[in-house]
Design a protein around this ligand. Sequence first.
Ligand SMILES: Cc1ncc(COP(=O)(O)O)c(C=O)c1O
Length: 425
Amino acid sequence: MKRTDLKRLAIDGGHPVRTKPLPPYFPGAMVMGAAEKKAVLSVIDAKSPFRYYGPHLLGKVQKFEGAFTGYLGIRYALGVTSGTAALRVAIEALGIGPGDEVIVPAVTFVASPNAVLCARAVPVFADVDDTMSIDPDAVERLITSRTKAIMSVPILGVGPKMDRLRRLSAKSGIPLLEDVAQSCGASFRGKQLGAFGRISTFSLQLNKIITAGEGGVVVTADPVLYERAVRYHDQGQLRGAHLAILGKTRVAPFAGENYRMTELTAAIAAAQLRKLPSILRRMRAARSRVEKATKGMQNLHLRPSHDHEGDAGSSVSFLLDREKDAQWFVSAINAENISAFRLYDGVASYMNPQISGKDVASTVKCPYECPLYTAKVDYHEGLCPNAESLMRRSVCMGLPPVLTAVDTADIIKGIRKVYGALYEK
Ligand SMILES: Cc1ncc(COP(=O)(O)O)c(C=O)c1O
């Protein structure tokens, strides 16, 4: 092959950096194996996939919850069916409902505002800082007498300024709710994300750092919030297993739903949790190689971080100066078989149609037309300009823990090739 063929971009008909795609971004799933298999089979052999009773109950959910509290250094953990379920349960545990507002970052998956809306409360969007995390100054400006929680969402393993958010929460008396769905294992100044919130949530969906396909966890240090979460996730009931953990009940029964985790989910999740330190180590090592190799590229600005060491390392993201360049960069590098994307395709959370359209499933349009809600919100382009600009100019790459040295070298080659074509012509 001629040298010019190697330099010519794949989108222009050149030879791609890789003939085959990289391993997909399913961090936990890519390291699934014998341990998960054995754990699942043990549940089936015991014929006891339900968490509270069965012919030979193994207590997998309870053991997973215990391991999770140990990992995070927080008192209570509750396994649920998904990250969205965890958010729903946490919001209900906080007693949030019609007439209330929750401050949500403009950069997040639509599940975060959806969970607020499904509690008939109103998401109010705060702009982000240059790390693409919720900006505490923007939060402070949005606080009203209606604000009942501040949601912090670390995106792709990189978290907000947790010390400022914690102080703001303490000063205002408004609880911090951490949605750590994407960033299990990330920390801020040595403390795990999820341990800062009054109540926090995790997801175990397939794209997450540890996974059971679906699943979620709610964590808190507060016995009342834990009991409320337990009750909401299980039809208002407080069963013996939880009562034993709590010592006594502090909450009268109230109507709830069913978001109970199965023993099968917990069996897989527990095996994954044991692998979390090695998953993090491998992802961080790949990230550090890519960052080192791209340091001198002046037009490729590394997404900043408030605690680089504490980031999960599950992604490496760059910011270009112009939206058009980021769009082109992503198409060109994908053609090289190196997967990259603009964060949420450049769409701020409030511009998802289910949010911007201000619609809900019921015919009565609560919370927007609820008599208890006395303010008016509007979701439109330009609402959070920093978020919109950063997302549109972003080039993000997921880094699963199974990347080989060759895979990482190919990522670097791909970046160099596309960067060269864009900026060094
Ligand atoms: C920030 C954020 N919150 C919540 C969720 C919802 O999690 P799940 O898909 O497990 O319901 C996700 C994941 O998709 C997410 O990225």
